[in-house]
Design a protein around this ligand. Sequence first.
Ligand SMILES: Cc1cc2nc3c(=O)[nH]c(=O)nc-3n(C[C@H](O)[C@H](O)[C@H](O)COP(=O)(O)OP(=O)(O)OC[C@H]3O[C@@H](n4cnc5c(N)ncnc54)[C@H](O)[C@@H]3O)c2cc1C
Length: 410
Amino acid sequence: MHIAIVGAGASGLMAACRLADAGEVVTVFERNSDVGKKLAITGKGRCNLTNNADIPTVLSNIPQNGRFLYGALNNFPPRAVMDYFENALGLPLKTERGNRVFPQSDRAKDVVKVLENRLLSSGSRIVHEKVTGLEKQVDGGFLLFGNGRTHRADRVLLAAGGCSYPLTGSDGLGYKLARQMGHRIVAPKPSLVPLECRGTLCQALQGLSLKNVSVKVCRTGDGEKVYEDFGELLFTHFGLSGPVILSASAHMRDMAADRYEVHIDLKPALDAQTLDNRLKEDFKKYINRDFSNALSDLLPSKMIPVAVSLSGIEPHRKVNEIRKEERRRLGTLLKNLTFKVKGFRPIEEAIVTAGGVDVKEVNPRTMESKLVEGLFFAGEILDVDAYTGGFNLQIAFSTAALAAKAMVRP
Ligand SMILES: Cc1cc2nc3c(=O)[nH]c(=O)nc-3n(C[C@H](O)[C@H](O)[C@H](O)COP(=O)(O)OP(=O)(O)OC[C@H]3O[C@@H](n4cnc5c(N)ncnc54)[C@H](O)[C@@H]3O)c2cc1C
């Protein structure tokens, strides 16, 4: 039997390794000259390859079509992924805050390397070619077209990824191949993506990175809270970015202009009264200074002109002239800096793609197409996506392992 895998990313490489373990020699088509280009930049180059959590916890981190993944996760749960990397592939791992799992070397490239080594040691081939067309033959096999050449396969795994970070090779071409096989594609949308915000505030703060701020996202109309967490945030020329914002974006499922507001608490460790006491102390210390020169102990320098302007207190007023209500208003402002969200940044800047091959047309027990016998799917090409924490790679590995298991069945 000849198996072809389209895409040597996280899921394609894992599927090839699992097939190799089952004694299959496969052909992997990869359009780039390197394999695992996206995998090599994951986790800021450290690769958060899974989350050492139980299956219910993993599922609670998958907002879209989690139930579809139940079989795949049970077949190859996080513990099995870790065991596979450590014991079968020889890559020592470590678990960090939030159960995030990384290679001990802190090098994502090592994750790519061990997968590639296993694949090549089995005699499987990597063909560096872009697959541009897929056709089902009357004899049940497939034809794959690329670079003017045609390849035959008995079974095909589409592991071509989504369409975010297209320079890594996943630019949505996999969707075209799935469509050629009659599959419906749920409109791709960005997830884990920076936010464009209204107003000029973010621009004024551009380049400022704040650690340990609290971020709350609410719907504009009813004020319903959709997300709240602490973390690191970055102001950019277009709006907000940084880890806590990327995570927040995955909870903004029905994005539209002005549908959400982001509330930032710059001083989450201080309640309103404690912050007011702190302001009182600073104002006492700098009693003869101008207001704009009295906030340097509390705020980063880039934030000061913005806070001063929003407070409505004249920058050159002496601190001893500031009234209690004005000081309190300033405290309230620092605990609730509000930004109206215009929308997501383009999908090219998203960490993952939400949307993709409609899972209703894929068998959750095998990852095989319900429409075309012998056609399988794995990874981000499917309409599944997760929050940050290693869950997206876990999905890629689990779906790949399940597809590999099913592909070798007679
Ligand atoms: C910057 C960044 C950081 C991330 N960090 C993490 C993290 O730390 N933890 C985590 O869990 N997730 C992370 N992710 C998400 C994770 O990388 C993806 O979910 C995962 O790589 C998806 O795997 P995949 O195999 O489905 O797709 P990909 O890894 O995108 O692989 C698809 C492959 O298919 C190839 N290909 C596409 N079309 C064709 C074709 N027609 N012919 C031949 N080859 C083709 C592509 O070149 C590519 O190599 C991160 C993503 C980004 C962008």
